[in-house]
Design a protein around this ligand. Structure first.
Ligand code: SF4
Length: 455
């Protein structure tokens, strides 16, 4: 059976590609060609059969939300609530990173409830099983590949595989003089394994076997960045870049085998180095879709790392990143709760939208908001904003039925004054922008207190 990439190379436009083209507002040929070349990937394991979606060049920026239990916090209901919140606010992908409780059962349930593409990091489960038996470094090659196959059979659309950690890059890591060495969990498992066993990384050594498996089950390789910098002082060093160059070679081997791949990226990077890191990935990894964590552009804001990540994410997206992994306020501190997930998703959606704007995508929504603001049309503003619930709560502070403006300026609302004297009150004169329907309720200037949410 041929893979999605092989179909595209044969010139076939599958229903999956057609639906992606429709959602992205691009031609079917653009999607087919992008998948054929490897500049776009469409993770889609037929067992899961997620909503069609794609990541890469010329497409809207996607965001991923990490969910999953930990050893200390095992609550499937809470993870399911987080999943619903993530979907409500527009997560394009979800990763199950569970490390506590019945990991197989949790993964199966999340997959069942998740309509968007889903990924995992199988080596977490493999390493934990070995650690509980005795030690992480006692994982066998069979353990590692059996774990990947189990996740593939369950339906994972993409999987993080840390194939770029090699004896050579571990050598550079030892000489790098890093402050935080390795902060990737999967990266730490494999680094310890290589050092202890004095053998090559099984995922690198047996990459052809991994490709066979990816072909058989149709999952996308997310080539992990095990040596991503864990603090801005460690950014862009030899260990990081040696791994990135290795991943570039593996991207080509995956393409030769007809397997879709994307590349994961840094980590903690100061803002001035973000554009360079994005361009280097595109150059060294042959324009493969780039999936970045954050990046985090400062180390000193625990509790606010969703903001730190959104700043880095927006600049990364402007400079070539295609897929943003969200961060929550709990990053570096604890497993996130439902509210943390909400905050994190919204921050990441803002970064993705800002990135889209820099690529000429999604501008109509901002134009719609601007026109609604000028018309003091609160309902359209609420319809248009990323977090309607929060906007409604804030609007209700100090507003009355008669309030046209808001409680910021009260009766000296600048917009109201200028509208009045320039006679530009356009109530009832909505002129829709191309592709944007007028709101069903028409333009309304009054504060909508029909269903106030006083929190
Ligand atoms: S009252 Fe001030 S802040 Fe509020 S809508 Fe009018 S101009 Fe804007």
């Amino acid at each position: 059976m041929s893979t999605i990439m092989e179909q595209a190379r044969r010139g076939e436009v599958s229903p999956l590609m057609k639906e992606i083209a429709r959602k992205e507002g691009v031609s079917e040929e653009f999607i087919r060609n992008g998948i054929a070349s490897g500049r776009i990937c469409a993770p889609h394991n037929p067992v899961h059969d997620a909503e069609p979606a794609a990541i890469g060049e010329g497409l809207s920026i996607k965001i991923n939300v990490n969910l999953g239990t930990s050893r200390d916090m095992v609550d499937l209901d809470s993870e399911l609530q987080k999943l619903q919140v993530a979907l409500k606010y527009g997560a394009d992908a979800v990763m199950d990173l569970s490390t506590g409780g019945d990991i197989d059962a949790i993964r199966a349930r999340l997959l069942k409830e998740c309509p968007v593409m889903m990924g995992s990091v199988p080596i977490y489960q493999t390493g934990l099983t070995a650690a509980r038996r005795n030690a992480v470094v006692e994982m066998t090659e069979d353990d590692i590949f059996n774990g990947i196959e189990r996740h593939a059979k369950d339906g994972m659309d993409f999987m993080t595989v840390h194939c770029g950690i090699t004896k050579e890059s571990v050598g550079w890591l030892k000489r790098a003089g890093r402050t935080t060495d390795v902060v990737s969990r999967g990266g730490s498992f494999l680094t310890a394994w290589i050092l202890h066993n004095e053998e090559e990384n099984p995922l690198y050594k047996n990459f052809d076997y991994l490709l066979e498996m990816a072909r058989k089950y149709e999952f996308t390789l997310s080539l992990g960045d095990g040596f991503r910098p864990g603090c801005i002082d460690d950014a862009s060093d030899q260990a990081q870049l040696t791994e990135l160059m290795t991943l570039g070679h593996l991207v080509l081997r995956a393409r030769e085998a007809g397997v879709q791949s994307m590349v994961e990226g840094p980590g903690h990077v100061p803002l001035d180095q973000v554009p360079m890191n994005m361009r280097l990935e595109k150059r060294l990894c042959h324009d493969a879709p780039f999936y970045v964590l954050g990046p985090l552009v400062t180390d000193i804001a625990p509790g606010y790392d969703h903001i730190v990540g959104a700043i880095g994410g927006a600049v990364a997206a402007q400079n070539g990143a295609d897929f943003l992994c969200y961060l929550t306020p709990a990053e570096h501190l604890s497993l996130p709760d439902v509210d943390d997930v909400r905050e994190g998703v919204i921050a990441s959606k803002i970064a993705a939208h800002v990135g889209d704007l820099s690529r000429g995508i999604g501008r109509e929504r901002d134009s719609r908001m601007a026109r609604a603001r000028k018309a003091l049309d609160w309902e359209t503003m609420f319809d248009t904003c990323i977090d309607e619930d929060k906007a409604r709560r804030y609007r209700c502070r100090g507003c009355t039925e008669e309030s046209e403006g808001c409680s910021m300026c009260g009766d000296v609302c600048a917009i109201k004054i200028v509208n009045t004297y320039m006679k530009k009150d356009r109530e009832g004169e909505w002129e829709p922008l191309e592709g944007i329907e007028p709101p069903a309720h028409g333009l309304r200037n009054r504060c909508s207190t029909a269903e106030p949410q006083w929190h």
